[in-house]
Design a protein around this ligand. Structure first.
Ligand code: GMT
Length: 373
């Protein structure tokens, strides 16, 4: 099949998932065309079946807000017609679903039928999409999609609760490439971070409010009071300066390392003992799944789709949002009990294998075949 994938190219989970999906489809012989404004972060090597079409947004003195949506739809039209695409698969509804609808209408006038699938990822539904400035367009364009998928049961339910959707939404879970995310022995790296054999706690996010990174630091503080430990904070985003101040105020600078955005995330996962994800909401929690594939148990909140991924007592522990004390107590319990840690590691890997890339990609292929008819 000739598939157009539209996504955000940045470090966010939806872009990561879309890129990994495109790479996996290309490996299976499909021709994949990425359409976005910047090279997606995980699209970092040549592949004979992958094409990248950059959306150019010309500026003009009149434009305080250059019209990205118009440029994106126009690029979609160009790629659909010139690359004879069979379908478009857009990730994150805003603005990709409405731009796909626009492109679909334009090419229809030229006698070309192109179906589009919208994959809902999270805040496109639960936060931004609900905002009344966007809601009518989001509702319309989701309903006009030829198929809709959500990355967890929770997100599917949230979508039906928040929008008048008159179509079925298929749940196709996110996946992990377990050949890439697998535990490797990395003694030099581990020693560089924890030279005295300290436990290593890890958090990976885009440092937005929804991630509750202050809770990560508060949990770590309680752990640190009980044992020698280090916290690795991976990623970057709006809350980072505030978190840096918080670490200084708490006197934790020596034990907390901000490592910024990391491309070799699998290496970082490999040296961690525990992954922390206390978010206000996660439709899925892709980073937690990647940690689990690396045999790192997860201490998370029980918000959104997280309990579908992180099984309480089997792969880690879940607690109510904001219950820092409980999350810290769980973290301490796990780190002090080697038998429990080992059991959770095994459970985490078993659970990650259920989301193995080879189980999920065929679900998308079947859906593609269905919408192409
Ligand atoms: O919805 C977002 O916050 C952005 C989105 C992204 O692009 O990073 O993240 C969402 O999609 C990921 C991939 O499906 C999920 O793993 C994240 O849980 C989800 N984030 C939220 O729901 C907050």
């Amino acid at each position: 099949m000739r598939i157009g994938i539209v996504c955000y190219p940045t470090y966010g989970g939806s872009g990561v998932l879309a890129t990994e999906l495109g790479k996996a489809l290309a490996d299976k012989g499909h021709m994949v065309h990425f359409i976005t404004y910047q090279q997606p972060v995980r699209l970092n090597a040549f592949h004979a079946n992958i094409y990248y079409h950059e959306v150019q947004v010309p500026t003009y003195p009149l434009f305080d807000f250059p019209p990205y949506e118009s440029a994106l739809s126009s690029t979609m039209v160009d790629v659909i017609l010139n690359q004879q695409l069979d379908l478009l698969h857009v990730h994150y509804a805003i603005p990709h679903a409405s731009t796909a609808y626009m492109a679909q209408q334009i090419v229809a006038k030229q006698g070309k039928h192109i179906p589009f699938i919208t994959t809902l990822h999270g805040t496109d539904i639960t936060l931004v999409g609900k905002d009344k400035t966007y809601a009518p367009v989001v509702t319309f364009s989701i309903n006009e999609s030829n198929a809709i998928t959500a990355v967890s049961n929770n997100l599917r339910e949230e979508t039906f609760k928040s929008f008048p959707i008159d179509k079925e939404i298929e749940v196709i879970y996110n996946f992990v490439d377990t050949a890439r995310f697998k535990r490797r022995d990395m003694p030099h790296f581990r020693d560089a971070i924890a030279p005295k054999g300290e436990k290593i706690l890890l958090h990976v996010s885009n440092f937005r409010k929804v991630k509750r990174v202050p809770d990560v630091v508060k949990i770590f503080k309680q752990v640190r009071e009980k044992m020698p430990a280090k916290l690795l904070l991976v990623g970057d985003g709006p809350d980072r300066p505030m978190i840096e101040c918080m670490c200084r105020d708490m006197g934790l600078c020596d034990d907390i390392r901000f490592v910024g955005k990391q491309e070799q995330l699998e290496d970082v996962m490999s040296i961690a003992d525990l992954f922390l994800l206390p978010s206000d909401y996660e439709s899925f929690g892709l980073a937690a799944l990647e940690a689990m594939a690396s045999q790192v148990p997860v201490i998370s909140s029980n918000a959104g789709g997280l309990p579908e991924i992180n099984i309480n007592g089997q792969t880690g522990f879940t607690s109510a949002v904001g219950d820092v004390d409980r999350m810290a107590a769980h973290a301490i319990e796990v780190l002090q009990d080697e038998v429990l840690l080992e059991k959770l590691r095994k459970g985490a890997l078993e659970q990650a294998l259920r989301f193995h890339i080879d189980n999920i990609i065929p679900q998308y292929e079947r859906l593609y075949e269905k919408v192409i008819g």
